[in-house]
Ligand binder design. Structure first.
Ligand code: 13P
Length: 338
């Protein structure tokens, strides 16, 4: 795959207001969400859940690409059709999470570094041959009294860059996800400061190592106050802060910015995306899009609760949130939230 072909894939993923569905929770994360709702934490139930998603009628009207987890990419529906085939037949491009998770960063209490580079070249080739056309790697940056450290930022952006180089060598569009977590009581200003620092370091490293920026997708956090911060800015204020920050950090060559939802309510994730597109959509060089997991799936999971009789209603909920985010991308106002 040439850089031009990967760039075309990256652009095509965000046509017509569509976006990505992150359905790539690792087994431990998926199990944690199941446990809270009393759903059995087994491969059988994870398969049922992912089948509910990939067979939701009309999913492809809003979703152009789905990020899968290793277990899911090999799974089949109950009538023996590989999930990847169902997605492809519906015009949804399969993608794959390839990191092995954020682990404690040695010598740096409270900080994480992401594992998964060992054997990555071979895994990427296997996924490409099976039909994946893009990949994802998540780095986690925590805000705390004296963190993030320079070392943590450097380790994470280096890992993201080595991953991105290997992806492009294998013909897969890399999604680079440097997530500054919402956990904590930090202000929006602090989130902005750390996000600028991380993204500047990231784009510097990507450029230095020769990653083709036109064939890459950035999956960032929005600029938001910590979940426990006393002051919670309005939708318009967070939209403005996010766009102003990304205009400082993200080169114009990058085709798309696809946000994670990161613990925002589904309504906030949609309203903020709508505000960004309504007010600034025409003025930014990249697509302003979504790559949400919880903001699209969480309500559906709560409806389903592992019961076959709830599948149709859960699918309707999933489609509702997917389609609300497509409307948000198209710059149509979302229902008001403060
Ligand atoms: P959330 O939208 O739930 O933050 O998940 C996005 C994601 O892919 C995290 O890696």
């Amino acid at each position: 795959m040439s850089v031009e072909e990967m760039s075309a894939t990256a652009k095509a993923l965000f046509r017509d207001g569509k976006g990505l569905l992150a359905m790539d929770e690792s087994n431990p994360t998926c199990n944690k969400r199941f446990e809270k709702l009393g759903i059995p934490q087994t491969e059988e139930y994870r398969q049922k859940w992912r089948q509910l998603i990939v067979t939701a009628p009309g999913l492809s009207e809003s979703i152009s690409g789905a990020i899968l987890y290793d277990e899911t990419i090999w799974q089949k529906s109950s009538d023996d059709i590989p999930f990847i085939t169902i997605l492809q037949k519906n015009g949804i491009v399969p993608g794959i999470k390839v990191d092995a998770g954020a682990k404690d960063f040695a010598g740096h209490p409270g900080e994480k570094s992401t594992e998964g580079l060992d054997g990555l070249r071979e895994r990427l080739t296997t996924y490409f041959n099976f039909g994946a056309r893009f990949a994802k790697w998540r780095a986690v940056i925590t805000i705390g009294p004296s963190i993030p450290s320079i070392a943590c930022i450097d380790a994470n952006v280096t890992e993201l860059t080595l991953y991105a180089l290997l992806c492009q060598e294998a013909g897969l569009v890399p999604i680079v996800e440097p997530e500054v977590l919402m956990d904590g009581d930090h202000t929006m200003e602090k989130c902005r400061e750390v996000t600028v620092q991380v993204q500047n370091a990231l784009f510097e490293k990507l450029t230095e190592y020769g990653v083709a920026l036109e064939a890459l997708i950035l999956k960032p956090n929005m600029i938001l106050p910590g979940l426990n911060c006393q002051i919670q800015e309005t939708v318009d204020e967070t939209a403005e802060a996010t766009i102003a920050t990304l205009l400082r950090t993200v080169p114009a060559k990058v085709p798309a910015v696809a946000f994670l939802s990161g613990g925002q309510s589904a309504e906030h994730a949609t309203a903020r995306l709508a505000a960004m597109n309504t007010k600034y959509g025409e003025r930014v060089p990249w697509a302003v899009a979504f790559s949400y997991s919880r903001a699209i799936q969480q309500k559906a999971l709560e409806i389903w609760r592992g019961e076959d009789s709830n599948i149709a209603e859960a699918q309707r909920s999933l489609i509702f949130y997917a389609s609300s985010n497509r409307q948000a991308r198209l710059g149509r106002e979302a229902p008001a939230v403060s």
